[in-house]
Design a protein around this ligand. Structure first.
Ligand SMILES: Cc1cc2nc3c(=O)[nH]c(=O)nc-3n(C[C@H](O)[C@H](O)[C@H](O)COP(=O)(O)OP(=O)(O)OC[C@H]3O[C@@H](n4cnc5c(N)ncnc54)[C@H](O)[C@@H]3O)c2cc1C
Ligand code: SF4
Ligand code: SF4
Ligand code: SF4
Length: 546
């Protein structure tokens, strides 16, 4: 509109208008996926080398290798975690409101598998070897993560475990249909290739004392996990055909045949209970899970509950056994079950179940597995027991740290993170995790093109039951992988879209010669006219108002 064409009202508005300059700052923000990953994996920053490889000129192989190297900085088990992690990273993904979260775990699994096929080796941080020797008790994810982080820093590391093979609950708990042992073995082998020595079949506390370990090693880490399943303290639970969940899975995973009879009843609602139930279906039994709260409060991974249902597992919630009955010969016959109502909510918002007086029923059963909780076996290690549960893992003996399930029952990515953090503490390094001073960026999701999320394909329930060890889900294809990496919004980190450069009339942005994921342009505030257009256009929130 030319000025002569302005109406009287327009003229008044124009006269009142005071220009307030808005200038940008370039600042990296915290991506919510990393914030939610217990392992603090820098997801955005490992996706970027692949998604932005056209800008950097990297070959596909170079980009994959860079991405994998960034993942293993935090987590040496991408192929394992890409399969079994309940992926809390995805729950806060900024793409959810648009067309579904980025399938981070599917990407992690693809890259983990690719690296195994390519036989990539874990990178060392220090070429120098150190004199100090390190002992790790427990070859689960916590102990192996600690061992890996110390070995790549040049330490001599010995890992002790009383099991005949390494892996902890990943081997003796998680069933093979969720985690093929070839994948677990290969990711563990990479850690031993760094020089980590495995001393298996040795129980610390009985075969070898903690004091002996302290005499031979300068630093110690205890990743004992929780190996002892708890019983319920109800009549009839001690006897044939009743197992605790961890023993049941361990025996099954070691290849022992378990005689379950016609109907297996599983008590509990966590991952162990669901793994037992699905394993029971693979052994040919009818399976019922009894859970004392409401189904929607079950702590097990949602997709596992869905798979269990697909495989024919029945669920009865708000129910708990009062007694397990046996006949005169001691053979298990069934359970007396108490019905419950949800009760009042506790401080965590969970309902505290209450018995409904007089409301009981009888359930026939040929086997029972109690999978309600697990505790650590501290035999011979009582001196260290007082450290468990302490907020800081370096008290009272500064040479000794603890991490993983021994501190609190959790998931594998937490155990891996704790192993890493203890290694960083031992070296006096700042934690390689979240950067507290970073803010969550405002991402303009409408600026990005829509694209559907990739879904894992799964074997049909009948096929799964016919082949008990068959992996139930498949790794995505390379085409799916490459499409999915493009869906990442690069929240809080410059992705090189050129919008600021194109639309800045003042020419404040200049392409960097060495620009790459995270920063592609320099910004000259002296040239900036303060129009704020670049902030408005920057999709990922890397440019924000000063
Ligand atoms: C059935 C089941 C299913 C699960 N599913 C999932 C899942 O899908 N996703 C997920 O993220 N997490 C899952 N978890 C949880 C996950 O497995 C654990 O959080 C994780 O393994 C804990 O790691 P950790 O190293 O602390 O302990 P563990 O894995 O328990 O390893 C501890 C190791 O210490 C050894 N040890 C103990 N005491 C001694 C001693 N005195 N001397 C020598 N060695 C010793 C044990 O033999 C064991 O190998 C599951 C757990 C179970 C039980
Ligand atoms: S470890 Fe789990 S939470 Fe972390 S990036 Fe992998 S899938 Fe996501
Ligand atoms: S879009 Fe990418 S960077 Fe943003 S939260 Fe999702 S995975 Fe993370
Ligand atoms: S507008 Fe694009 S190129 Fe410019 S800072 Fe934002 S993401 Fe980077």
């Amino acid at each position: 509109m030319k000025s002569e064409e302005l109406t009287e009202t327009d003229r008044t508005d124009e006269a009142d208008f005071v220009f307030k300059p808005v200038r940008p700052v370039q600042s990296e923000g915290q991506a919510p996926c990393q914030l939610n990953c217990p392992c603090s994996t820098n997801i955005r920053d490992w996706i970027a080398p692949i998604a932005q490889r056209e800008h950097t000129g990297a070959s596909l192989r170079e980009a994959y290798e860079e991405a994998w190297t960034r993942i293993v900085d935090h987590n040496p088990f991408p192929a394992v975690m890409g399969r079994i992690c309940p992926h809390p990273c995805e729950s806060g993904c900024n793409r959810i409101g648009k067309d579904g979260n980025v399938s981070v775990s599917a990407l992690e699994r693809f890259l983990g598998d690719w690296a195994l096929e390519q036989k990539l080796r874990l990178p060392r941080l220090d070429r120098e070897s150190r004199d100090e020797s390190v002992a790790v008790v427990g070859a689960g994810p916590a102990g192996l993560s600690y061992a890996y982080q110390m070995a790549r820093r040049g330490y001599r590391v010995k890992v002790f475990d009383w099991h005949p093979e390494a892996g902890g609950m990943l081997r003796y708990g998680v069933p093979k249909y969720r985690l093929p042992r070839s994948v677990l073995d290969a990711e563990i082998a990479r850690i031993t290739e760094l020089g980590v020595e495995l001393c298996l079949g040795v129980r610390i506390g009985t075969d070898l004392s903690l004091e002996e370990l302290k005499a031979d090693h300068q630093l110690l880490f205890l990743g004992l996990g929780t190996q002892q399943g708890r019983l319920m303290n109800i009549p009839g639970e001690n006897g044939a055909s009743v197992w605790v969940g961890t023993d049941f899975l361990e025996r099954y995973n070691e290849g022992h045949a378990l005689s379950l009879g016609e109907h297996l009843v599983v008590i509990g609602g966590g991952n162990t209970a669901i793994d037992v139930a699905r394993t029971g279906r693979r052994s040919g039994a009818r399976v019922t899970v009894l859970y004392r709260r409401q189904l929607e409060e079950m702590p097990a991974i949602d997709s596992e509950i869905r798979h269990a249902r697909e495989e024919g597992v029945d669920f009865e919630d708000l129910a708990t056994p009062l007694e397990i009955s046996r006949d005169a010969s001691g053979a298990l016959r069934g359970l007396t079950v108490q019905r419950l109502h949800p009760g009042k909510q506790d401080d965590d918002g969970r309902h505290v179940p209450q018995a409904i007086p007089g409301d009981t029923y009888y359930l026939d059963a040929s086997a029972v597995v109690i999978a309600i909780s697990q505790v650590t076996d501290w035999t011979g290690l009582e001196d260290a027991e007082s450290m468990a549960g302490a907020e800081t893992t370096r008290q009272p003996d500064s040479r000794l740290t603890l991490g993983g399930d021994v501190l609190r029952l959790g998931i594998a990515s937490q155990a891996i993170a704790e192993g890493r953090k203890c290694a960083e503490q031992a070296r006096g390094e700042p934690p390689n995790s979240l950067l507290a001073d970073k803010t969550l960026p405002t991402v303009k999701v409408d600026h990005y093109a829509g694209a559907d999320s990739v879904n894992l394909t799964e074997a049909l329930p009948d096929e799964r039951l016919l082949s008990p060890d068959l992996e139930t889900s498949h790794t995505i294809s390379e085409n799916e992988f490459l499409a999915e990496v493009q869906r990442c919004l690069s929240c809080g980190s410059c992705l090189g879209c050129y919008q600021c450069w194109m639309y800045c009339n003042a020419g404040s942005f200049t392409p960097l010669e060495q620009g790459g994921p995270g920063q592609y342009f320099s910004f000259d505030s002296d040239l900036c006219e303060g129009c704020g257009k670049c902030i408005e256009l920057c999709p990922c929130g890397y440019l924000s108002p000063k």
